[in-house]
Design a binder for this molecule. Structure first.
Ligand code: FES
Length: 185
């Protein structure tokens, strides 16, 4: 573990198995995700098709896509690290740094803009005290306005909270949603 990372890490990060693999500068799927990868391997005869799914597994496993995870997936699938990195940078659902437990991602496209996404953004930012791309100090919420059309234009404005859709947003129902999430811990 690099010295600076070691100094900044909490005891649980140092002891946690999945964090260890990340901090040690290496990565491999944890046993549960290895099992899921082996299942996926059977379904995709063309190995390059495994890249996207492997990235989803790695992100679920350790929270975001590290350079070590890129190298590992490239090796497991049999493509170059540049290929894997290209997929990571193309799709907005892949993260290259840690984010909060709840990721509020407001649709950035035209219909949501017309239907009041600015007011939704203002409510989120005021309530959480963060701006686009930031995470609350307690690590609970991250806000971005990054995702493209969620195919929910008829129910705009819309956003994702992690992988869940939330539509027909108003400042009031977004504020309530944040309160609910905050109370869940
Ligand atoms: S523009 Fe936001 S869901 Fe289509």
């Amino acid at each position: 573990m690099p010295l600076l990372t070691l100094l900044l890490a909490t005891p649980s990060q140092i002891l946690d198995t999945s964090s260890d693999r990340r901090f040690m500068g290496t990565y491999s799927f944890s046993p549960e995700f290895e099992k899921r990868f082996l299942e996926l391997e059977k379904k995709f005869p063309r190995r390059s098709s495994l890249v996207l799914w492997s990235l989803h597994l790695a992100q679920e496993d350790i929270g975001y896509i590290t350079p070590e995870a890129v190298d590992y997936i490239a090796g497991r699938v049999g493509v170059s690290p540049a290929w894997v990195k290209g997929v990571v940078s193309f799709y907005s659902m892949f993260r290259e740094k840690p984010i909060g437990k709840y990721h509020l991602n407001v649709c950035s496209n035209l219909m949501c803009q017309i239907m009041g996404a600015d007011k939704i953004e203002a409510t989120i930012c005021d309530k959480l005290g963060i701006r686009d791309g930031e995470t609350t100090p307690d690590g609970k919420f991250t806000y971005t306005r990054q995702v493209e059309c969620l195919a929910a234009c008829g129910f705009a404005p819309a956003m994702l909270v992690n992988n869940d859709f939330h539509e027909t947003l108003t400042p009031e129902n977004v504020a309530r949603l944040i309160d609910d999430l905050a109370s869940k811990g």
